[in-house]
Write a protein that binds this ligand. Structure first.
Ligand code: SAH
Length: 419
């Protein structure tokens, strides 16, 4: 979502003036630090980055802080770092062209107006598009700062989404990534009058777009994975067979304290359903360890779900207490060493599982969509189920879906040859 917010800001800036991206700090007239605030570490890094940019930038260059940390710290950022020229929240990125002209402007409202999803066009990769289908989040997960920074959940009208994807396809994108905090809760609330449309119906509308070959989405919520949606996922040939099912914890009592709305058994049941309907699907997840009151037994539940589901990708984090969240006030916080030991155990077991999954790929043939030129005469792309591939090749492979056989495996990527 942050990557898409960055594209939106670039698009809006280009509407005003011809900006160009630069890798060289000394060339920049405008430096935008687009931030995350889900965990504490990136927030701490922000202030040291501002210091580095301020020291080495052109004297006239402006610095802006945008995104979720901007939303929740607001004016405090300018108080702590007066070299910052403006602060723009995650929900306010459409106002980028206004704040660049106002010294010390702070725009962090999480109110809704339609400009929050009305943007000019810009894509960092011509072969694929990211498209928001909803903004904000209505969940009340007790660990999570997102509802406070991105505001209430609003679904974007399906006609706008279809229009945006159709335009992207006309300019070379064969693949779309649909974005939202709870994509499969799409249709819960629209900004204005809209005919009812849920996520499954939206997927069907999008898959009718001629020339669009691949649909991905992130992130869905386990609570909204009903059979109708999972059947569409399995049977619709345009939907890539990769699904993120964020677990957070395997312990039912911890899931309750997190207000996730499902139990360990519900979660396993949904993953078994995915495997039954679509055995070729790869399942990824997010796990938090060291949530307040997590006991050894709670953690063993998480390990058990890992063994049962054998997630292909795991994004795992030590719990980080965040402002504006309920769990920050919970009294039974876990010490960092215990959380660290659990994280190491979880990650090392997952690494073993991943090695087994990847080793079994040798000789397997995948349909790979190549979208990036790499150094050393190589190109990279992804298989339908989301595996990263590298092969020897040049520009002419970009934007094409081709059959590739795996000739070498590693944990993070596969080397292949054209079949
Ligand atoms: N809407 C998504 C979450 C987006 S945040 C969902 O419900 O799945 C991405 C991930 O960051 C979360 O899935 C969670 O695993 C992690 N995360 C969120 N808050 C966190 C916190 N306070 N400490 C550690 N990890 C956290």
């Amino acid at each position: 979502m942050n990557a898409r917010d960055s594209e939106h800001m670039i698009a809006e800036l280009n509407r005003e003036e011809a900006y160009e991206l630069t890798e060289n700090l000394q060339d920049a007239d405008l430096i935008i630090i687009n931030t995350c605030s889900v965990r504490e570490k990136p927030v701490a890094k922000l202030f040291s980055e501002i210091g580095v940019f301020n020291k080495h930038k052109k004297p006239t260059a402006k610095i802006g802080v945008t995104g979720c940390t901007a939303s929740h710290l607001g004016e405090e950022i300018i108080k702590r770092a007066p070299s910052v020229d403006f602060v723009l929240g995650a929900r306010n990125v459409s106002k980028i062209t206004q704040v660049i002209h106002k010294k010390h402007a702070v725009e962090v409202s999480t109110d809704f107006d339609e400009s929050t999803y009305d943007f000019a066009e810009y894509r960092s990769n011509p072969f694929k598009a990211m498209v928001n289908i909803s903004i904000g989040c209505d969940k009340s997960c007790t660990f999570c700062i997102v509802p406070a920074t991105r505001g209430e959940e609003i679904s974007i009208p399906s006609a706008l989404i279809v229009g945006e994807i159709t335009k992207a396809v006309a300019t070379g994108a064969k693949e779309v990534m649909l974005l939202g905090q709870n994509v499969n809760n799409y249709g819960r609330r629209f900004g204005g009058d809209e005919a009812p449309c849920d996520f499954t119906q939206l997927l069907r509308k999008i898959s009718k777009i001629d020339g669009l070959e691949r649909i991905r989405f992130t992130s869905p919520h386990p609570l909204h994975m009903d059979d109708i949606f999972l059947t569409e996922f399995a049977n619709n040939p345009k939907i890539c067979k990769q699904i993120h099912v964020p677990l957070q914890s395997g312990s039912t009592s911890l899931l309750k304290a997190m207000k996730r709305g499902y139990t360990k058994e519900n979660f396993i049941n949904r993953c078994e359903k995915i495997r039954a309907l679509c055995p070729e699907a790869s399942i990824s997840t997010d796990i938090i360890v060291g949530f307040p009151s997590e006991s050894d037994a709670d953690f063993e539940d998480t390990m058990e779900v890992l063994e049962k589901v054998r997630f292909e990708q795991l994004f795992s984090f030590k719990y980080s207490a965040r402002p504006h969240t309920e769990a920050a006030a919970f009294t039974d916080q876990i010490d960092s060493d215990t959380a660290g030991e659990r994280l190491t155990r979880l990650q090392s077991r997952h690494t073993e599982i991943l090695d087994e999954i990847m080793d079994a790929q040798l000789g397997v043939v995948h349909q790979v969509y190549f979208d990036e030129l790499k150094s050393g005469g190589r190109v990279s792309g992804r298989s339908d189920d989301g595996k990263l591939f590298f092969i020897q090749g040049s520009e002419e492979l970009l934007g094409k879906i081709v059959e590739v056989e795996v000739v070498k495996t590693s944990r993070g990527a596969l080397d292949g040859v054209l079949v």
